[in-house]
Design a protein around this ligand. Structure first.
Ligand code: IPE
Ligand code: IPE
Ligand code: MG
Length: 244
């Protein structure tokens, strides 16, 4: 519970792969899409928990560049569901002091109307500072690196970047959200042990936390246990760390 968390050492950024919606639904004899719908409560409870413990950045994987491979009906549902979630709940998020942002490709097959609601929501909540809730939507870590490389190449061509001076910082500055700190913790639900192209560059030193909980069952208590687990890890970043 939140009592176990050392509030003076809350991570800055927790990233979550919200996985297991389909299996949650199938276990109940429901359609997979009903699992996605049930994920909304999990998300909002997690957001409220994040606000309670003073987390500044929460990033959630909502739709990957690979999720286009799913049946058209499910893809359509996910596009519409994410849009309607924004429209129904952005005022509430705004009142809670949440800044909503999106990372991912804002092109390709995402309907124009959805893109418009995304930028409207970002504008509405832009001044909020309690928590930045970032949706990774039409997001792929490799696509993000490709897009960064393209824009760096463009600046090289224009003479604004000297190729011999390209550094890790150059790449970080060309990602979708250059001001976003790297995630301290990366949580994946549903008992899968992979990151599925999530925050490939940013998660280089994230502490990985895997849980069997299916996303629709995830609640703030699960966020708190991930944070507690993180606080018990010894991060070394290649050094020798803090000997206990
Ligand atoms: C995660 O749940 C949501 C998205 C990928 C959009 P899944 O739909 O992947 O659920 P499972 O993994 O099939 O159970
Ligand atoms: C990752 O889950 C993407 C999201 C949660 C949006 P997937 O269910 O798509 O990942 P894989 O296919 O199991 O790797
Ligand atoms: Mg899945």
């Amino acid at each position: 519970m939140s009592n176990d968390i050392d509030l003076s050492r809350v991570p800055r950024h927790v990233a979550v792969v919200m996985d297991g919606n389909g299996r949650w639904a199938q276990k109940r004899g429901l359609k997979r899409t009903e699992g996605h719908a049930a994920g909304e409560e999990a998300l909002f409870d997690t957001v409220k928990g994040a606000l309670d413990v003073g987390l500044s950045w929460l990033t959630v994987y909502a739709f990957s560049t690979e999720n286009w491979r799913r049946p058209l009906d499910e893809v359509r549902f996910l596009m519409h569901f994410n849009e309607s979630l924004l429209l129904r709940r952005r005022d509430e998020l705004n009142d809670l002091g949440v800044r909503v942002r999106f990372i991912g490709r804002r092109s390709g097959r995402v309907p124009k109307r959805v893109l418009r609601h995304i930028s409207d929501t970002e504008a509405l909540t832009a001044k909020n500072r309690k928590l930045t809730l970032t949706f990774a939507f039409n997001y792929g870590g490799r696509a993000e690196i490709v897009d960064a490389v393209k824009s760096i190449a463009e600046e090289v061509k224009q003479g604004r970047i000297d190729p011999s001076r390209v550094s890790e910082r150059t790449i970080s500055r060309h990602l979708y959200a250059p001001d976003m700190p790297d995630p301290d913790v990366l949580v994946r639900t549903s008992g899968e042990f992979r990151t599925s192209n999530y925050l490939l560059w940013q998660a280089a030193y994230s502490e990985l936390v895997f849980t069997d909980v299916l996303w629709p069952d995830f609640r703030r208590a699960d966020l708190f246990s991930a944070i507690t687990e993180f606080q018990n890890r010894n991060r070394r970043f290649g050094g020798i760390g803090n000997p206990d």
